[in-house]
Design a protein around this ligand. Structure first.
Ligand SMILES: Nc1ncnc2c1ncn2[C@@H]1O[C@H](COP(=O)(O)OP(=O)(O)OP(=O)(O)O)[C@@H](O)[C@H]1O
Ligand SMILES: [Mg+2]
Length: 146
């Protein structure tokens, strides 16, 4: 799907926000600056979050409670090793209720649960291209209703 400008990424985020279910895990793939954080910001704003959406570049995680949902925005670009994963308490956070948006999931291979939905962004000369893939029934339902 073509995302010709930032507004298109935000429009996708708004549709996605309407399809979130407790416990969903969403991986966000794509190079630096591809639009992963932009998508999460769009989701949070669509749910009514009015504060600043910081990139979890250094904190690894930013938690949100909005619209009756607990969201966790992870950016694992700077995750070092399994010890850091465990000491941050991430394992317990995957409780089937928290909703996860995970940038750079590749950095935690073997540690994070599989994704319901994977969204990839490709940087084009103008805009972005996105592709989406579901790995579970919950994910398939989400994408079918997008
Ligand atoms: N569809 C689009 N077309 C053009 N520009 C876009 C589009 N979507 C987002 N952008 C812009 O691209 C940049 C994306 O930055 P963003 O922080 O979202 O990237 P990221 O994938 O989270 O990167 P990182 O891996 O460094 O966290 C922003 O400047 C945003 O305005
Ligand atoms: Mg980001």
């Amino acid at each position: 799907m073509a995302l010709t400008d930032e507004a298109a990424t935000i429009a996708l985020a708004q549709r996605l926000a309407a399809q979130l279910k407790p416990g969903m895990v969403i991986y966000l793939h794509g190079d630096l600056g591809a639009g992963k954080t932009t998508l999460v910001r769009g989701v949070l704003n669509a749910l009514g979050y009015g504060g600043r959406v910081k990139s979890p570049t250094y904190t690894l995680v930013e938690p949100y409670n909005i619209a009756g949902m607990d969201l966790r925005h992870l950016d694992l670009y700077r995750l070092h090793d399994e010890n850091e994963w465990e000491s941050a308490g991430f394992r317990e956070e995957f409780d089937g209720r928290n909703i996860f948006f995970i940038e750079w999931p590749e950095r935690a291979q073997g540690l994070i649960p599989k994704a319901d939905v994977e969204i990839s962004f490709e940087i084009l000369t103008r805009g972005r291209r996105t592709s989406m893939h579901a790995n579970t029934n919950v994910g398939k339902q989400c994408l079918a209703q997008l």
